[in-house]
Design a protein around this ligand. Structure first.
Ligand code: ADP
Ligand code: MG
Length: 286
């Protein structure tokens, strides 16, 4: 008969971070982001849709929060993301008074929460937001690192772990909605683009759950469709859409059919463009 061993739970600090959102670096963006964060510089992620900007910032926030550097984002919620849209105002970011049981109480907006707690605040597609948001962005994005809360008269100094990250898709915005130089020049700009065939194939294989050979065909499809785009024929196809096609294939949809619904239909409604894409699909996929 053996005695039941008593197990004393020990907390072992792990060197390898756990549960990091998977991100495959394409250049020196990880080191640059880490350096910018350590220097408390705000970062602008610039690039077309579906090329990995959101995944990158999710990865970096989790990575920094689990890391061993002196400066770290809030461990509980390292990243606060705001999808900007044309009705988004400064008050939506900063906060507002709410009526609760005949009393008004102040409720922090997402930006204020990040500033107080030391989270990374990611303003996705920032040029979409109303003009009045630039005021709060500017004071946080330079040496001041402060947020004026007009409604309460408070002037908040940012928690050391706070960082401001914004994204912007230069191809897609109109001239009216371009980022103003006074805003842009407050940020370290990291330019993103669709990766090379090899890197994109690795991403599609990992995210789509398909064998490498299939992922490679999809990556080549992506590259050829982007050549059409370069000729002015179509919008580029995003890595995201190639991942969608792979996910359908992984669930038993025939590759050509998967590419039809995810890629040919996904990139637009022009019949000629769709046919040109279909022709490429027919050559590349079974
Ligand atoms: N470098 C990369 N590493 C890992 N996944 C990537 C990468 N680039 C793109 N992806 C995949 O493409 C999808 C779309 O990327 P996302 O970050 O949402 O694009 P964006 O924010 O630039 O529009 C992600 O969900 C992920 O599956
Ligand atoms: Mg995104």
């Amino acid at each position: 008969m053996t005695a039941t061993p008593t197990v004393t739970p020990t907390v072992t600090p792990t060197a390898t971070p756990i549960n990091l959102p998977w991100y495959l670096p394409v250049g020196d963006e990880v080191a640059l982001f880490e350096a910018a964060y350590a220097a408390q510089l705000p970062v602008l992620l610039k690039g077309p849709t579906g090329c990995g900007k959101t995944r990158f910032v999710e990865h970096m926030a989790a990575r920094l929060a689990q890391g061993h550097t002196a400066l770290r984002p809030d461990a509980e919620q390292p990243l606060i993301t705001v999808a900007c849209h044309e009705d988004l105002t400064a008050n939506d970011l900063v906060g507002r008074h709410l009526l609760a049981h005949d009393r008004t109480v102040w409720a922090d907006g997402p930006l204020t929460r990040a500033v107080r707690r030391g989270a990374i605040c990611y303003l996705d597609e920032v040029v979409e937001a109303r003009k009045d948001t630039t005021v709060v962005i500017h004071s946080l994005a330079d040496h001041r690192r402060e947020l004026p809360i007009e409604k309460t008269g408070e002037l908040l100094r940012a928690h050391p772990g706070f960082a401001l990250v914004i994204s912007y898709n230069p191809g897609y915005q109109s001239v009216v909605k371009d980022l103003k130089p006074s805003t842009r020049q407050r940020f370290v700009s990291l330019a993103f683009d669709y990766p090379t065939v090899d890197v994109e194939a690795a991403i599609v294989a990992h995210e789509g759950g398909v064998p490498e050979a299939m992922a490679e065909r999809l990556a080549v499809l992506g590259q050829r469709v982007r050549t059409l785009q370069a000729q002015g024929l179509a919008d580029g196809v995003s890595t995201r859409l190639l991942v969608y096609a792979a996910q359908l294939v992984a669930r038993g949809i025939a590759p050509r059919r998967a590419c039809e619904v995810a890629v040919a239909q996904g990139i637009g409604d022009d019949a000629d463009v769709q046919q040109a894409v279909r022709d490429i699909i027919d050559v590349l996929l079974p």
